[in-house]
Design a protein around this ligand. Structure first.
Ligand code: IPM
Ligand code: MN
Length: 324
């Protein structure tokens, strides 16, 4: 079987790490037909395209999307993030953002809601630039959106040996959204009597991530809390250079998207020093989702022993181990 993969190398180190990830996937023997999409900040600066509806429709026809990194300092914040990355997450309904973290003493997965919360873009500005300026930024939480994410997290927890799921929120302050999350979590929990549960406020979770990460198995949380927590997760699990992620449409009404958590790192572009491991591990998540878990496990095993050296050296070494 040949998988049709849309490749968005993007900006900065994105294309460099994506090339290594594809090299490693090919070393598993799995057949990929890739199509490159020139998207990101550089493309936007060249001809103004961010992500047209026609390109989006083209992306819908693929089995998966592999993304490197998008964004450049030459474009104001938000333009590429909202217009490209978040547009794909929203329009392709990639409602689960799954980020695994494995360290010496811990092994947990964060399930971040990926289509709502403060990312929905509710709000606006009034009298901008004056002394009377007002800016509001709302958080959208729907029963449907929360429930499908929570349900996915329970299913994942059920499939893991520890069968433990922690809800992370800020129910003591965000009482409206928190109440919806907590009630939904409790109601779905009743259907999963084999999964034990816990609740942590997000500020406390930050302490536990650093001091006691072994308490976690699966975590489910809101979009913004999940964004912040997963950078911390990367920092306590060998660094952001190892942090992989999957933007999933578990209903499979379209392709899912796989990307390293790190950004485009314009300061090191072209130096050959970018660590491709996060991109390689993101490709492993893609293999899992395509039903190729054996190949995915081989890729992860090949990354277990650290490799030092240039971007291409790391890719070559991991690919050789996979093929070996
Ligand atoms: C991430 C990134 C994105 C996010 C940015 C680039 C919009 O930080 O994938 O974690 O905030 O979701
Ligand atoms: Mn982030």
């Amino acid at each position: 079987m040949t998988y049709r993969i849309a490749v968005i190398g993007g900006d900065g180190i994105g294309p460099e790490v994506t090339a290594e990830a594809l090299k490693v996937v090919r070393a598993t023997g799995i057949d990929l037909a890739t199509t490159d999409f020139d998207l990101g900040g550089a493309r936007y600066l060249r001809d103004g395209e961010i992500l047209s509806d026609a390109t989006l429709d083209e992306l819908r026809g693929f089995d998966a999307i592999l993304l490197g990194a998008v964004g450049t300092p030459d474009v104001p914040p938000g333009v590429i993030e909202r217009g490209l990355l978040l547009k794909m997450r929203f329009e392709l309904d990639l409602y689960v953002n799954q980020r695994p973290f494995v360290g010496r003493d811990h092994d947990f997965v964060v399930i971040r809601e990926n289509t709502e919360g403060p990312y929905a873009g509710e709000g606006g500005a009034l009298r901008r630039g004056t002394q009377h300026e007002v800016a509001t930024q709302g958080s959208v939480n729907t029963r449907m959106g929360v429930e499908r994410c929570v349900r996915y997290a329970f299913e994942l927890a059920r499939s893991r040996p520890r069968r433990h799921l922690t809800l992370v929120h800020k129910t003591n302050v965000l009482t409206f959204a928190g109440d919806l999350w907590q009630r939904t979590f409790d109601e779905v929990a009743a259907e999963f009597s084999d999964v034990t549960t816990a609740y942590n406020h997000v500020d406390a979770a930050c302490i536990y991530f650093v001091q006691d990460p072994q308490r976690y198995d699966v975590i489910v949380t809101d979009n913004l809390f999940g964004d912040i927590l997963t950078d911390l997760g990367g920092a306590v699990s060998g660094g952001i250079g190892l942090a992989s992620s999957a933007n999933l449409n578990p209903a499979r009404t379209g392709p899912s998207m796989f990307e390293p958590v790190h950004g485009s790192a314009p300061d090191i572009v072209g130096t050959g020093t970018a660590d491709p491991t996060a991109a390689i591990l993101s490709a492993a998540l893609m293999l899992d989702f395509l039903g190729q878990s054996d190949a995915a496990d081989r890729v992860r095993a090949a990354c277990a022993e650290p490799v030092s050296g240039s971007t291409t050296h790391v890719g070559d070494t991991v690919a050789a181990r996979v093929a070996g």
